[in-house]
Every structure is written in structure tokens, then in C-alpha cells.
Design a protein around this ligand. Structure first.
Ligand SMILES: NC(=O)c1ccc[n+]([C@@H]2O[C@H](COP(=O)([O-])OP(=O)(O)OC[C@H]3O[C@@H](n4cnc5c(N)ncnc54)[C@H](O)[C@@H]3O)[C@@H](O)[C@H]2O)c1
Length: 252
């Protein structure tokens, strides 16, 4: 029996990286997946991959930095599939690392609006259908960096810390509606991170030597199974938690 059979899941930023991995594995577990992604060609690519495996996907080109587009994402999902069971707020706009004193308002807004506001708007938009259905699952993306103050990322770290606070508050307010809200803090992964480590080999070496499991994460093999668990019946008594799926990086 597949664990998400017939469920309807929106995964933002699922054109590549972690979001793509979750979208593919959700579809293999029987979910109808809405591939909500800024870049249209990436949305189509992931949806095509799902279809080629016999899964069900709806590609949607949307920018989570725009409230009206986030609302359209949820409306299009309900229109197509009749409900929203799972919302994964994975999308996050990025810019290059900068020292604290050089971060501009425009830099800060790239993180804050796509990450925090995008997550907030999507949660608000998904609330009415989830309440109507008698429940739902929301999975938000945070980072260990918000706790350990990783240098060069003050605006990113602040955004991820705020998403954690938003999630815990919603978990308390919406538990009575059966809406469970949890967070995943992934271990270092993705093309962009791997490229960063290629430019900074001493940091890759540090990971290999210091981290308990000594390697980068694979989105499909290492991260998606936890996202499946949080969306599944097995997690029916879990809310307000943050899962550090990071091979033990939390300890280092
Ligand atoms: N990769 C890591 O090592 C790592 C570590 C900790 C936390 N995270 C978090 O995990 C999540 C996924 O990270 P990733 O490395 O897979 O990212 P990524 O940059 O590889 O992929 C993000 C995807 O989101 C899309 N996207 C960006 N802005 C968007 C917007 N405004 N609207 C819709 N889609 C948008 C991009 O086009 C891209 O396809 C992010 O929230 C990130 O902050 C990642």
C-alpha cells in the first residue's frame, strides 16, 4: 500500500533540488503533486518526470513572492483535484553570501518575501480548504543556519528562524482543525550547495571529517522519506516539530 495514495500535495520550488526530490517521491507514494515553481521549464520538467514514471502531476509556473500567485496556486489545485491535503513550502529565493554590514534592503527582501511571506501566504490560502476537509499537513523549510548563525547569511538565517516561529504558532492555533504543521531543516544538499563546496573544498572536507554521517544529503534518498512520513497517517500525532534531517550536522 502506497503511503500517500490519492492525496493532493503542493510542493513549491519543486523544479529542482530538494523540492524536486520530494515531488518525485510523493508521486511514487501515490499523491497527485502540484509542481509549483518559478521557472516554467523546471515545473514542466519535474511534472514530465513524474508522468514518465506513471504518476500524477500538475505543473504550475508561480512566484511565491507574489501573494496573488500563491492564492492562484491553491485555487488551481482545488479546481483540478478538489482538495489540498499537503502543502510543502520549500521554495526560497537566494542571493550570494554577504557580510552583515553590506546587506541591503533589496537583498533582505529576496529572502524575506519569497521565504517568510511566501510561506505565510501559502499557509493562509491553504487554511480554508484544509479546515473544510477536516485537516491537512503543512511542511515548512527552515535551516540549521538560523540556530548556529552561519556567517554571510544574516538575512537568510533571520528568514528561516522566522519561518520556524510562524510554523509553531500555526501548529498551536490550527491543531483543533486537524492541521499539523512541522518543519524540516535539511542537511547540505543540491546542485548549488555542491557547486559551493567545489569552490570551497576545505568546507567539503570539514563535512566529511566532522559530521557524523560524513556526506551531503540526497533529496530523494535522505530527505523525501521524512517529508513522506510527515504527510502520512503515521505522523497523525506530530505537530510543531522541526526535523533536522542533516546526517548529524546539528551536533557539530
Ligand atoms: N540545499 C541545502 O543545503 C539547504 C540547507 C538548508 C535549508 N535548505 C532549504 O531547503 C529548501 C530547498 O533548497 P534547495 O537547495 O533545493 O534549493 P534550490 O535553489 O536548488 O531550488 C529551489 C527551487 O525553488 C525555485 N524558486 C526560487 N524562488 C522561487 C519563487 N519565488 N517562487 C517559486 N519557486 C521559486 C527555484 O527556481 C528552484 O527550482 C529551501 O527552502 C532552502 O532554504 C536547503
Amino acid at each position: 500500500m502506497r503511503r500517500l495514495e490519492g492525496r493532493v500535495a503542493i510542493v513549491t520550488g519543486s523544479g529542482q533540488g530538494i523540492g524536486r526530490g520530494i515531488a518525485l517521491v510523493y508521486a511514487r507514494e501515490g499523491a497527485h503533486v502540484v509542481v509549483a515553481e518559478l521557472k516554467e521549464h523546471r515545473a514542466r520538467r519535474t511534472a514530465d518526470e513524474i508522468a514518465s514514471e506513471g504518476g500524477s502531476a500538475l505543473p504550475l509556473a508561480i512566484d511565491v513572492s507574489r501573494r496573488e500567485q500563491v492564492e492562484r496556486m491553491v485555487a488551481a489545485t482545488v479546481e483540478r483535484f478538489g482538495r489540498v491535503d499537503v502543502l510543502v513550502n520549500n521554495a526560497q529565493g537566494m542571493h550570494a553570501h554577504k557580510p552583515f554590514e553590506e546587506i541591503t534592503d533589496e537583498d533582505f527582501d529576496i529572502f524575506l518575501i519569497s521565504g517568510l511571506k511566501g510561506t505565510f501566504w501559502a499557509m493562509q490560502a491553504a487554511f480554508p480548504p484544509m479546515r473544510r476537509q477536516g485537516g491537512g499537513r503543512i511542511i515548512n523549510f527552515v535551516s540549521l543556519n538560523a540556530l548556529n548563525g552561519a556567517p554571510g547569511l544574516a538575512d537568510y538565517n533571520a528568514t528561516k528562524g522566522a519561518i520556524g516561529a510562524l510554523s509553531r504558532t500555526a501548529a498551536r492555533e490550527w491543531g483543533k482543525h486537524g492541521i499539523l504543521v512541522n518543519c524540516i531543516a535539511p542537511g547540505a544538499t543540491s546542485k548549488r550547495t555542491i557547486e559551493f563546496f567545489e569552490r570551497n573544498p576545505q568546507m567539503a572536507e570539514h563535512i566529511r571529517e566532522q559530521r557524523p554521517l560524513g556526506r551531503l544529503a540526497d533529496p530523494e534518498q535522505d530527505l523525501a522519506p521524512v517529508a513522506v512520513f510527515l504527510a502520512s497517517d503515521d505522523a497523525h500525532f506530530v505537530t510543531g516539530q522541526t526535523y533536522f534531517v542533516d546526517g548529524g550536522a546539528y551536533l557539530t
